[in-house]
Design a protein. Structure first.
Length: 131
């Protein structure tokens, strides 16, 4: 009998017009070091190990639209990031280059767009946009 394969999530990869620029934003936001960097590709991850984020330059990148709208590139995924102080975290993310979405579906979650336009949710405590 063939052994079962083991699967481990290593990273989530985000396409962007400039991988290095988007990686710099998330490095500032999460405080993670670079694991690997080459032309058009950057990997960052938590210093204690575990799954990280990768960024890939995609010359034909189209910014996702959220909330979704017909005939436009819809959001395919988003990142949920827990913070200890929602207001301060939003201010810090905006200072790094994020923008706050006009539509906010929950009072205790803030939806932002990273510099490439990917939606991300900041939440404090047990609140989560994905729940």
């Amino acid at each position: 009998m063939k052994p079962h394969a083991r699967f481990t999530l290593a990273a989530t990869t985000l396409d962007a017009p400039d991988a290095h620029e988007l990686a710099q934003f998330y490095r500032g936001l999460l405080g993670w070091p670079v694991r690997k960097e080459e032309p058009g590709w950057v990997e960052i991850g938590p210093p204690d190990g575990g799954a990280g984020l990768s960024f890939q330059t995609e010359p034909l990148f189209t910014r996702p639209r959220w909330p979704s709208a017909p005939s436009e590139q819809q959001m395919m995924m988003h990142l949920d990031i827990e913070v200890n102080d929602l207001s301060s975290a939003v201010d810090q993310a905006v200072a790094l280059g994020a923008s706050v979405a006009a539509f906010q579906p929950q009072a205790d979650v803030r939806v932002l767009y990273d510099p490439a336009g990917h939606p991300l949710c900041l939440f404090a405590g047990s609140s989560c946009a994905g729940q």
